[in-house]
Design a protein around this ligand. Structure first.
Ligand code: NAD
Length: 296
């Protein structure tokens, strides 16, 4: 059993904190939303009056916040997590944020002698609820080893990706590839349809030929071939196009900073940006096929 401060109790953080309670940890929570806090209090958590209070006197701090600026604000400053955490406290940020902020916050923590890992997740709200998330962890090996059993209470796969920021790097590189492959898959199914080749027949051929990929076989953007895919549920997410766009934009920021050419990643961000402009970013990201069909 560990004492844990948990900050950020939204769609993901709420169920993750519940899983830590279920695993028998003593959890103290903080969120700006009173409703989010009330739900966790009912589940057995103690409530802190601020992020700094949640971080003081605990062995481990976990944060699950929207973006880099929230993470920098919560960890930094005189009353922030880094200032208020006791020596020996392990800091785990599971938010999906830009690599540069992840590295600068980890450096601030290191200046104070605190171990920190970035540990973004894939698996979505369903994975957070079921405790089956995948964690991609960046940070020193010792910190990873300490974080691992806690992360295993919230997830099924926990990978060490290297030094500070490498968890975020793994997450955005994976999701950039996923965004690109989904657009390619959607283009192929749309062209097949225009050429009079039905989705199931094209799926049967391509899923056993060289066009095969996860976007096709597990998450097919055309209605029919994969019964569990959002295409068969009015493109309800799943993984919303807006969240894909967030990750594609983070990848573009990182690509610019590291001077890595990512022309297809750039194009993918532009195309999901059009879904956002059309007010359709709440659809699943496989709904990009509707845009190609002219249905948005
Ligand atoms: P969310 O908006 O539902 O929750 C964020 C929570 O943080 C909110 O409850 C908000 O009140 C709280 N918050 C914001 N600023 C705060 C502050 N200064 N102090 C305390 N609390 C603060 O977001 P979410 O869907 O839970 O996502 C959290 C992170 O997980 C994001 O970085 C997101 O990209 C990532 N993520 C989300 C999903 C998903 O499917 N939702 C999947 C993978 C990763």
């Amino acid at each position: 059993m560990s004492t844990i401060g948990f900050i950020g109790l939204g769609n993901m953080g709420g169920p993750m904190a519940r899983n830590l309670l279920k695993a028998g940890h003593k959890v103290t929570v903080f969120d700006l939303s009173a409703d989010a806090v009330a739900g966790l209090k009912e589940a057995g958590a103690s409530v802190a009056a601020s992020a700094g209070d949640a971080a003081s006197g605990v062995e481990i701090v976990v944060t699950m916040l929207p973006a880099g600026r929230h993470v920098a604000a919560v960890y930094g400053g005189d009353e922030g997590v880094i200032a208020r955490a006791g020596s020996g406290t392990l800091l785990i940020d599971s938010s999906t944020i830009d690599v540069a902020t992840a590295r600068s916050v980890a450096a601030l923590a290191a200046d104070k002698g605190l171990a920190m890992v970035d540990a973004p997740v894939s698996g979505g709200v369903g994975g957070a609820e079921a405790g089956t998330l995948t964690f991609m962890v960046g940070g020193e090996k010792d910190a990873f080893v300490r974080a691992q059993p806690i992360l295993e209470n919230m997830g099924k796969n926990v990978f060490h990706a290297g030094g500070a920021g490498n968890g975020q790097a793994a997450k955005i590189c994976n999701n950039m590839l996923l965004g690109i492959s989904m657009i390619g898959t959607a283009e192929a199914f749309n062209l097949a349809d225009k050429l009079g080749l039905d989705a199931q027949t094209f799926f049967d051929i391509s899923s056993t030929a060289s066009g095969q990929c996860w976007s096709m076989t597990s998450y097919c953007p055309a209605e029919g071939p994969v019964p569990t895919s959002p295409a068969n549920n009015d493109y309800k997410p799943g993984f919303a196009a807006g969240m894909m766009l967030k990750d594609l934009r983070l990848a573009q920021e990182a690509a610019a900073q590291s001077k890595a050419p990512t022309p297809l990643g750039n194009e993918a961000a532009s195309l999901y940006g059009l879904m956002e402009a059309a007010g359709k970013d709440g659809l699943d990201f496989s709904g990009i096929i509707k845009m190609l069909r002219g249905d948005l």
